[in-house]
Design a protein around this ligand. Structure first.
Ligand code: PAF
Length: 279
Protein backbone atom coordinates (compact mmCIF):
# COMPACT_ATOMS: atom_id res chain seq x y z
CA UNK A 1 0.00 0.00 0.00
CA UNK A 2 1.38 3.38 -0.99
CA UNK A 3 1.05 6.48 1.18
CA UNK A 4 1.10 10.01 -0.17
CA UNK A 5 1.13 13.41 1.48
CA UNK A 6 1.80 15.40 -1.69
CA UNK A 7 -1.24 16.14 -3.89
CA UNK A 8 1.02 16.31 -6.97
CA UNK A 9 2.58 12.88 -6.32
CA UNK A 10 -0.82 11.25 -5.73
CA UNK A 11 -2.17 12.94 -8.87
CA UNK A 12 0.71 11.55 -10.96
CA UNK A 13 0.26 8.04 -9.50
CA UNK A 14 -3.48 8.07 -10.05
CA UNK A 15 -3.09 9.28 -13.66
CA UNK A 16 -0.73 6.40 -14.26
CA UNK A 17 -3.32 3.95 -12.89
CA UNK A 18 -5.88 5.35 -15.29
CA UNK A 19 -3.42 5.24 -18.19
CA UNK A 20 -3.04 1.52 -17.43
CA UNK A 21 -6.82 1.20 -17.86
CA UNK A 22 -7.66 0.75 -14.18
CA UNK A 23 -10.91 1.94 -12.62
CA UNK A 24 -9.97 4.22 -9.71
CA UNK A 25 -12.13 4.45 -6.58
CA UNK A 26 -11.89 7.10 -3.85
CA UNK A 27 -13.09 6.85 -0.25
CA UNK A 28 -12.79 10.27 1.39
CA UNK A 29 -12.57 10.13 5.21
CA UNK A 30 -11.46 12.20 8.18
CA UNK A 31 -9.75 9.16 9.73
CA UNK A 32 -10.44 7.51 13.07
CA UNK A 33 -11.70 4.69 10.92
CA UNK A 34 -14.41 2.35 12.16
CA UNK A 35 -16.46 -0.46 10.64
CA UNK A 36 -18.59 2.11 8.76
CA UNK A 37 -15.52 3.41 6.87
CA UNK A 38 -14.26 -0.12 6.27
CA UNK A 39 -17.57 -0.96 4.60
CA UNK A 40 -17.00 2.02 2.25
CA UNK A 41 -13.53 0.72 1.37
CA UNK A 42 -15.02 -2.74 0.69
CA UNK A 43 -17.70 -1.17 -1.49
CA UNK A 44 -15.01 0.63 -3.49
CA UNK A 45 -12.90 -2.56 -3.66
CA UNK A 46 -15.87 -4.42 -5.14
CA UNK A 47 -16.37 -1.81 -7.86
CA UNK A 48 -12.85 -0.61 -8.72
CA UNK A 49 -9.42 -1.94 -9.67
CA UNK A 50 -7.58 0.55 -7.49
CA UNK A 51 -8.79 2.11 -4.21
CA UNK A 52 -7.50 5.35 -2.71
CA UNK A 53 -8.50 6.31 0.86
CA UNK A 54 -8.00 9.91 1.90
CA UNK A 55 -7.56 10.73 5.57
CA UNK A 56 -7.77 14.45 6.23
CA UNK A 57 -9.43 16.29 9.10
CA UNK A 58 -10.59 19.20 6.99
CA UNK A 59 -10.39 22.46 8.95
CA UNK A 60 -12.62 24.22 6.42
CA UNK A 61 -15.71 22.24 7.44
CA UNK A 62 -15.50 22.96 11.18
CA UNK A 63 -17.07 26.07 12.71
CA UNK A 64 -15.02 28.21 15.13
CA UNK A 65 -16.72 26.66 18.18
CA UNK A 66 -16.61 23.08 16.84
CA UNK A 67 -14.31 20.17 17.67
CA UNK A 68 -11.54 20.52 15.04
CA UNK A 69 -8.70 20.35 17.61
CA UNK A 70 -10.37 17.62 19.65
CA UNK A 71 -11.44 15.53 16.63
CA UNK A 72 -9.98 12.03 17.22
CA UNK A 73 -6.85 11.29 15.15
CA UNK A 74 -5.37 7.77 14.94
CA UNK A 75 -3.10 7.73 11.93
CA UNK A 76 -1.17 4.50 12.62
CA UNK A 77 -4.33 2.48 13.41
CA UNK A 78 -6.01 3.93 10.32
CA UNK A 79 -3.12 2.92 8.05
CA UNK A 80 -3.22 -0.64 9.40
CA UNK A 81 -6.99 -0.81 8.81
CA UNK A 82 -6.65 0.49 5.24
CA UNK A 83 -3.94 -2.06 4.54
CA UNK A 84 -6.12 -4.81 6.03
CA UNK A 85 -8.98 -3.85 3.67
CA UNK A 86 -6.68 -3.95 0.66
CA UNK A 87 -6.54 -0.20 -0.10
CA UNK A 88 -3.92 0.53 -2.73
CA UNK A 89 -3.06 4.04 -1.60
CA UNK A 90 -3.73 6.32 1.35
CA UNK A 91 -3.58 10.10 1.05
CA UNK A 92 -2.60 11.84 4.29
CA UNK A 93 -2.08 15.50 3.46
CA UNK A 94 -1.46 18.20 6.06
CA UNK A 95 -3.67 21.32 6.07
CA UNK A 96 -0.74 23.18 4.45
CA UNK A 97 -0.60 20.56 1.65
CA UNK A 98 -4.29 21.14 0.94
CA UNK A 99 -4.77 24.89 1.52
CA UNK A 100 -2.28 27.56 0.49
CA UNK A 101 -2.20 30.24 3.22
CA UNK A 102 -3.94 32.70 0.88
CA UNK A 103 -6.50 30.23 -0.53
CA UNK A 104 -9.51 32.28 -1.60
CA UNK A 105 -11.61 29.94 -3.75
CA UNK A 106 -14.53 27.94 -2.39
CA UNK A 107 -17.07 25.51 -3.79
CA UNK A 108 -20.57 26.08 -2.49
CA UNK A 109 -23.82 24.25 -3.21
CA UNK A 110 -26.55 26.72 -2.37
CA UNK A 111 -29.86 24.84 -2.12
CA UNK A 112 -29.53 21.36 -0.60
CA UNK A 113 -26.84 22.60 1.80
CA UNK A 114 -29.10 25.28 3.34
CA UNK A 115 -31.33 23.40 5.78
CA UNK A 116 -30.85 20.67 8.39
CA UNK A 117 -27.14 20.40 9.29
CA UNK A 118 -26.36 23.34 7.00
CA UNK A 119 -28.63 25.61 9.06
CA UNK A 120 -27.05 24.41 12.32
CA UNK A 121 -23.46 24.51 11.02
CA UNK A 122 -22.94 27.60 8.82
CA UNK A 123 -20.14 27.07 6.30
CA UNK A 124 -19.93 23.33 6.95
CA UNK A 125 -21.02 22.17 3.50
CA UNK A 126 -18.95 24.85 1.78
CA UNK A 127 -15.94 23.29 3.51
CA UNK A 128 -17.06 19.78 2.56
CA UNK A 129 -17.71 20.67 -1.09
CA UNK A 130 -14.40 22.51 -1.38
CA UNK A 131 -12.31 19.67 0.02
CA UNK A 132 -14.21 16.97 -1.88
CA UNK A 133 -13.84 18.92 -5.15
CA UNK A 134 -10.11 19.24 -4.44
CA UNK A 135 -9.84 15.49 -3.71
CA UNK A 136 -11.70 14.77 -6.95
CA UNK A 137 -9.23 16.95 -8.87
CA UNK A 138 -6.22 15.41 -7.15
CA UNK A 139 -7.26 11.75 -7.53
CA UNK A 140 -9.51 11.90 -10.61
CA UNK A 141 -11.52 8.87 -9.45
CA UNK A 142 -14.12 7.08 -11.58
CA UNK A 143 -16.12 6.21 -8.47
CA UNK A 144 -16.31 7.85 -5.01
CA UNK A 145 -18.01 6.16 -2.06
CA UNK A 146 -19.70 8.05 0.79
CA UNK A 147 -21.74 6.78 3.75
CA UNK A 148 -25.52 7.17 3.97
CA UNK A 149 -25.01 8.19 7.62
CA UNK A 150 -24.29 11.71 6.29
CA UNK A 151 -27.41 11.73 4.12
CA UNK A 152 -27.41 15.46 3.42
CA UNK A 153 -23.70 15.40 2.60
CA UNK A 154 -24.22 12.75 -0.09
CA UNK A 155 -27.13 14.70 -1.60
CA UNK A 156 -25.03 17.90 -1.67
CA UNK A 157 -22.05 16.11 -3.22
CA UNK A 158 -24.24 14.46 -5.87
CA UNK A 159 -25.63 17.88 -6.78
CA UNK A 160 -22.12 19.38 -6.92
CA UNK A 161 -20.97 16.53 -9.17
CA UNK A 162 -23.92 17.05 -11.49
CA UNK A 163 -23.64 20.84 -11.55
CA UNK A 164 -19.86 20.97 -12.04
CA UNK A 165 -19.66 18.03 -14.50
CA UNK A 166 -17.32 15.87 -12.48
CA UNK A 167 -17.21 12.56 -14.44
CA UNK A 168 -17.53 10.55 -11.22
CA UNK A 169 -20.10 8.03 -10.03
CA UNK A 170 -21.16 8.77 -6.46
CA UNK A 171 -22.07 5.68 -4.46
CA UNK A 172 -24.10 5.99 -1.25
CA UNK A 173 -23.24 3.00 0.96
CA UNK A 174 -25.65 1.85 3.71
CA UNK A 175 -25.26 2.90 7.36
CA UNK A 176 -23.34 0.46 9.54
CA UNK A 177 -24.76 0.10 13.05
CA UNK A 178 -23.64 -1.47 16.31
CA UNK A 179 -25.64 -4.58 17.25
CA UNK A 180 -27.99 -2.45 19.40
CA UNK A 181 -28.71 -0.01 16.55
CA UNK A 182 -26.39 2.95 17.23
CA UNK A 183 -25.05 4.25 13.90
CA UNK A 184 -21.24 4.01 13.80
CA UNK A 185 -19.57 7.41 14.05
CA UNK A 186 -16.10 8.61 15.00
CA UNK A 187 -17.86 11.06 17.35
CA UNK A 188 -19.40 8.16 19.33
CA UNK A 189 -16.03 8.25 21.13
CA UNK A 190 -17.35 11.34 22.98
CA UNK A 191 -20.31 9.41 24.51
CA UNK A 192 -20.28 8.30 28.14
CA UNK A 193 -21.89 4.87 28.73
CA UNK A 194 -25.10 6.68 29.87
CA UNK A 195 -25.11 8.96 26.81
CA UNK A 196 -24.59 5.95 24.59
CA UNK A 197 -27.61 4.19 26.09
CA UNK A 198 -29.87 7.24 25.72
CA UNK A 199 -28.50 7.84 22.18
CA UNK A 200 -30.19 4.61 21.13
CA UNK A 201 -33.40 6.66 21.16
CA UNK A 202 -32.39 8.05 17.72
CA UNK A 203 -32.18 4.67 15.97
CA UNK A 204 -35.27 3.51 17.91
CA UNK A 205 -37.21 6.54 16.66
CA UNK A 206 -36.18 5.78 13.08
CA UNK A 207 -37.08 2.09 13.41
CA UNK A 208 -40.49 3.10 14.80
CA UNK A 209 -41.03 5.42 11.82
CA UNK A 210 -40.05 2.66 9.37
CA UNK A 211 -42.45 0.22 11.05
CA UNK A 212 -45.27 2.81 11.01
CA UNK A 213 -44.74 3.44 7.29
CA UNK A 214 -44.75 -0.32 6.65
CA UNK A 215 -48.12 -0.45 8.45
CA UNK A 216 -49.54 2.29 6.23
CA UNK A 217 -48.84 5.56 8.09
CA UNK A 218 -48.12 8.36 5.59
CA UNK A 219 -48.40 11.58 7.62
CA UNK A 220 -44.98 13.21 8.03
CA UNK A 221 -46.26 15.27 10.98
CA UNK A 222 -47.38 12.12 12.84
CA UNK A 223 -44.09 10.32 12.18
CA UNK A 224 -42.00 13.36 13.15
CA UNK A 225 -43.97 13.96 16.37
CA UNK A 226 -43.46 10.33 17.45
CA UNK A 227 -39.71 10.51 16.70
CA UNK A 228 -39.34 13.80 18.61
CA UNK A 229 -41.18 12.34 21.60
CA UNK A 230 -38.91 9.25 21.62
CA UNK A 231 -35.62 11.20 21.65
CA UNK A 232 -36.84 13.96 23.96
CA UNK A 233 -37.95 11.38 26.54
CA UNK A 234 -34.37 10.05 26.49
CA UNK A 235 -32.89 13.53 27.08
CA UNK A 236 -31.83 14.23 23.45
CA UNK A 237 -33.20 17.54 22.17
CA UNK A 238 -34.00 17.42 18.45
CA UNK A 239 -32.28 20.03 16.24
CA UNK A 240 -34.47 18.72 13.46
CA UNK A 241 -36.61 15.70 12.65
CA UNK A 242 -37.88 15.76 9.07
CA UNK A 243 -39.44 13.46 6.53
CA UNK A 244 -37.90 14.57 3.24
CA UNK A 245 -37.74 13.73 -0.45
CA UNK A 246 -34.63 11.55 -0.56
CA UNK A 247 -33.17 13.34 -3.60
CA UNK A 248 -34.14 17.00 -3.24
CA UNK A 249 -34.31 16.94 0.61
CA UNK A 250 -37.51 19.01 0.41
CA UNK A 251 -39.70 18.43 3.50
CA UNK A 252 -42.73 16.27 2.70
CA UNK A 253 -46.20 16.28 4.21
CA UNK A 254 -46.87 12.72 3.06
CA UNK A 255 -44.33 9.89 2.84
CA UNK A 256 -43.60 8.77 -0.73
CA UNK A 257 -42.65 5.14 -0.09
CA UNK A 258 -39.30 4.36 -1.71
CA UNK A 259 -38.50 8.04 -2.34
CA UNK A 260 -38.48 9.46 1.20
CA UNK A 261 -36.14 9.54 4.16
CA UNK A 262 -36.40 10.61 7.77
CA UNK A 263 -33.48 12.77 8.90
CA UNK A 264 -32.79 13.39 12.56
CA UNK A 265 -30.22 15.42 14.51
CA UNK A 266 -30.27 15.73 18.29
CA UNK A 267 -28.25 17.47 20.96
CA UNK A 268 -27.45 16.68 24.57
CA UNK A 269 -25.18 19.31 26.14
CA UNK A 270 -22.18 19.61 23.82
CA UNK A 271 -22.96 16.31 22.10
CA UNK A 272 -24.68 16.24 18.72
CA UNK A 273 -25.68 13.10 16.82
CA UNK A 274 -27.27 12.59 13.41
CA UNK A 275 -28.97 9.55 11.96
CA UNK A 276 -31.44 8.77 9.17
CA UNK A 277 -33.39 6.06 7.45
CA UNK A 278 -34.88 5.57 4.02
CA UNK A 279 -38.64 5.15 4.25
O1 PAF B 1 -17.75 12.58 5.81
C1 PAF B 1 -16.59 12.97 6.08
O2 PAF B 1 -15.82 12.32 6.78
C2 PAF B 1 -16.13 14.30 5.52
O3 PAF B 1 -17.14 15.25 5.51
C3 PAF B 1 -15.46 14.18 4.14
C4 PAF B 1 -16.44 13.72 3.09
C5 PAF B 1 -14.29 13.22 4.22
C6 PAF B 1 -14.93 15.55 3.70
O4 PAF B 1 -13.99 16.03 4.60
Amino acid sequence: MKTFTSPAELHAWSREQKRLGRVVGLVPTMGCLHEGHLSLIREARGRCDVVVVSIFVNPAQFGPSEDYDAYPRREQDDLALCEGEGADAVFLPSPADMYPPDASTWVEETVLAKGYCGAQRPGHFRGVCTVVAKLFNIVGPDVAVFGQKDFQQVAVIRRMVRDLNFPIEIVRAPIVRDADGLAKSSRNAYLTPEDRTSALSLSRALATARAAVASGERSAATLEAAARAETTAAGWVPDYVNVVDSETLMPLQEVLPGASAMLIACRKGNLRLIDNTLL
